[in-house]
Design a protein around this ligand. Structure first.
Ligand SMILES: [Zn+2]
Length: 367
């Protein structure tokens, strides 16, 4: 099971990095008498070495994942993420970026692909590419040193640099680590053990992963939901969870069928009683989609304080304020909603982006 992205174990402290670079400087300085061009190449290699190695490593995961039928959600290289699913870029805060080499989040694209073995292949792709980078780098250095390539671009320096950073990345990810919460090697070992024992992945964990990365509810793969429901068919708690998911998906539809959504909420309430977050969803639906101020106010009375789902609470109150004609208050509430979402995840929440649009478009109705 996996509830965190494949983060790579290569996260040496600043001192370790400094020592490594110092050693490299001395070795290269001793082996190759420099000229200005060599020194320039050397500096460039040092500057971009980690970046290129990390990028290649993550691309290794990506390509291996694609080969076994997995789908990219997010790829992060040194603080810059591409949320492939939502098609958005995102920059980490500097303190997080400095700590993270890179990571990818992928999920299987079909029920058949959701196996520990395929996950193992995806995870192994990264270290394999780092190893290949090392071999290519050494070959390049040898070729450059011996032959016609030895020239003004100091290809031997570039080759050695590639090899050095490739090797660091390979060693950092291909040796099982107890210190890192997950690294490639320990993940591979765990996947292998699961594969040998015939154990299955819990599909719900992959649903949770998608939600964690703000993949919107209506885009959750249907096969994955069906698989997860099937897997947890015996559990009452899961039944409750999947029913709440269904309500969320209904409210996140492109064209919201408000009556259907309210019907699902009604059904849930009859089974499990009224939940605080459910009251907010109902109030939001009544206000934003049905423009029924009276009903929305009544539903909101059942919402608890502080709310268990603050962003939805703010959304419902903002929609009500809009219908009341209190635009100023509504915009304040939307600001609180945005702050709540921003604190939850660095990635843009497309559902609440649309909720905001829906609310700001509301007009005052007669009360
Ligand atoms: Zn990796």
């Amino acid at each position: 099971m996996q509830d965190s992205p494949d983060s790579d174990g290569y996260r040496p402290g600043h001192s370790a990095k400094f020592v490594a670079i110092l050693i490299l400087t001395i070795v290269v300085g001793m082996v190759f008498a420099g000229g200005p061009d060599r020194f320039l190449s050397f500096t460039i290699v040092l500057m971009v070495g980690t970046l290129i190695s990390t990028l290649l490593h993550e691309l290794g995961h990506l390509v291996a994942g694609w080969i076994v039928g997995w789908r990219l959600v997010v790829i992060n290289v040194m603080g810059l993420s591409l949320h492939w699913w939502n098609m958005r870029f995102h920059l980490d805060k500097p303190d997080i970026a400095a700590d993270a080499g890179g990571w990818v989040v992928m999920i299987p694209d079909s029920a058949a692909a959701l196996t520990p073995f395929r996950h193992l292949v995806m995870v192994a792709g990264g270290p394999l590419v780092s190893l290949a980078q090392t071999v290519v780098g050494i070959s390049l250095a040898i070729l450059a040193y011996k032959g016609p390539f030895f020239g003004p671009f100091a290809l031997d320096v570039v080759g050695l640099g590639l090899a050095f950073f490739g090797l660091i990345t390979f060693l950092g990810t291909a040796i099982p680590s107890k210190r890192a919460e997950s690294n490639d090697a320990s993940t591979i070992l765990r996947d292998f053990a699961m594969w040998r024992s015939g154990e299955r992945f819990d599909p719900a964990a992959w649903l949770a992963l998608l939600l964690q990365y703000n993949v919107r509810l209506r885009e959750l793969p249907e096969w994955l939901i069906a698989d997860a429901i099937n897997y947890h068919a015996e559990s009452d708690y899961a039944d409750r969870y999947f029913r709440s998911l269904e309500i969320g998906i209904a409210l996140d539809a492109k064209q919201v069928d408000a009556n259907r959504a309210l019907g699902l909420i009604e059904e849930y309430e009859q089974l499990f009683g009224i939940d605080d977050w459910l009251a907010c969803c109902r109030a939001y639906c009544e206000a934003a989609h049905l423009h029924d101020l009276t009903a929305a106010r009544r539903s909101m009375e059942k919402a608890g304080f502080p709310s268990s789902l603050p962003q939805m609470d703010y959304a419902a109150r903002a929609a009500i304020a809009m219908l009341e004609g209190d635009r100023g208050n509504a915009m304040e509430l939307l600001k609180l909603m945005d702050a709540e979402i921003a604190a939850k995840s660095p990635f843009r929440d497309m559902t609440f982006r649309d909720i905001r649009k829906q609310i700001t478009a509301l007009q005052k109705i007669g009360t």
